[in-house]
Design a protein around this ligand. Structure first.
Ligand code: 5HY
Length: 234
């Protein structure tokens, strides 16, 4: 099966990080096609960037549908444009945020999220409420790491994320951690070992859930909110 993985920001090196993590998580026979829009914000940090990135995401989803991909993954932790993408697509569309929350809820009573900047926290908190999973999340913590610093190996990004995980474990009673940015995808294994607790990467979670939906023969419902967009001047 072909799975289209859309990185909603325009940073190609981050799309490569996401591609590698997605292909690592994919089952044999699953081919990952990772793309980012040619236009939009280089990183998504907060409501404004998120809104500006939506048209680019929808254009990539439309191309994926035209190519007949089996499923789509939106690889930004804000689940950028997720509902609009589901209206546009017949194939399943999985956001890495929603996927990670569900995986965490299946293996722990309470989890915490560690994301990038403070301005990214409200979007994640609102999504948790929308998905009906806020009661399972002890806290959404910011590591004060700008998204693009995750691409700089010399930055102290890992130490800052590590410190927030330790605080979530000791202060929030977190039993699992969700990494709140696609750019953290390749840190999950190392941090799981360091903290001896499940540290979940949303890219891997979303690819695995997308494969499962395809194997179950699921397609996005075209009744109600995810009905196909009506033809009109736009
Ligand atoms: C992400 N931004 O996963 C989010 C993380 C955040 O460009 N890719 C981004 O801070 O919201």
């Amino acid at each position: 099966m072909d799975i289209l993985v859309v990185n909603p920001n325009t940073t190609a090196s981050m799309t490569d990080t996401i591609r590698r993590a997605a292909q690592r998580a994919a089952a044999a026979g699953t081919h990952i096609v990772a793309v980012n829009p040619p236009t939009g914000p280089e990183s998504i940090e907060g409501f404004y960037d998120d809104a500006l990135a939506v048209p680019g995401v929808l254009a990539e989803i439309a191309k994926g549908e035209a190519h007949g991909v089996a499923a789509h993954v939106i690889a930004c932790f804000d689940d950028t444009g997720l509902d609009a993408a589901r209206a546009l697509a017949c194939a399943p569309v999985v956001g890495i945020g929603e996927a990670a929350f569900h995986v965490a809820s299946l293996i722990a009573g309470r989890f915490a999220v560690v994301t990038t900047l403070p301005r990214s926290v409200p979007t994640i908190e609102f999504n948790l409420i929308r998905y009906g999973l806020a009661a399972r999340c002890a806290r959404v913590r910011a590591s004060d790491v700008p998204v693009l610093d995750l691409e700089k190996r010399q930055s102290d990004a890992v130490e800052r994320i590590d410190a927030q995980i330790a605080a979530a474990k000791s202060n929030d009673g977190a039993e699992a951690i969700v990494l709140g940015c696609a750019g953290m995808a390749d840190l999950a294994a190392e941090l799981t070992a360091r903290h001896n607790m499940p540290v979940i990467d949303g890219v891997a979670a979303a690819v695995a859930l997308a494969e499962t939906l395809v194997r179950l023969g699921m397609r996005t419902s075209k009744l109600g909110g995810y009905a196909a967009p009506l033809p009109k001047r736009r």
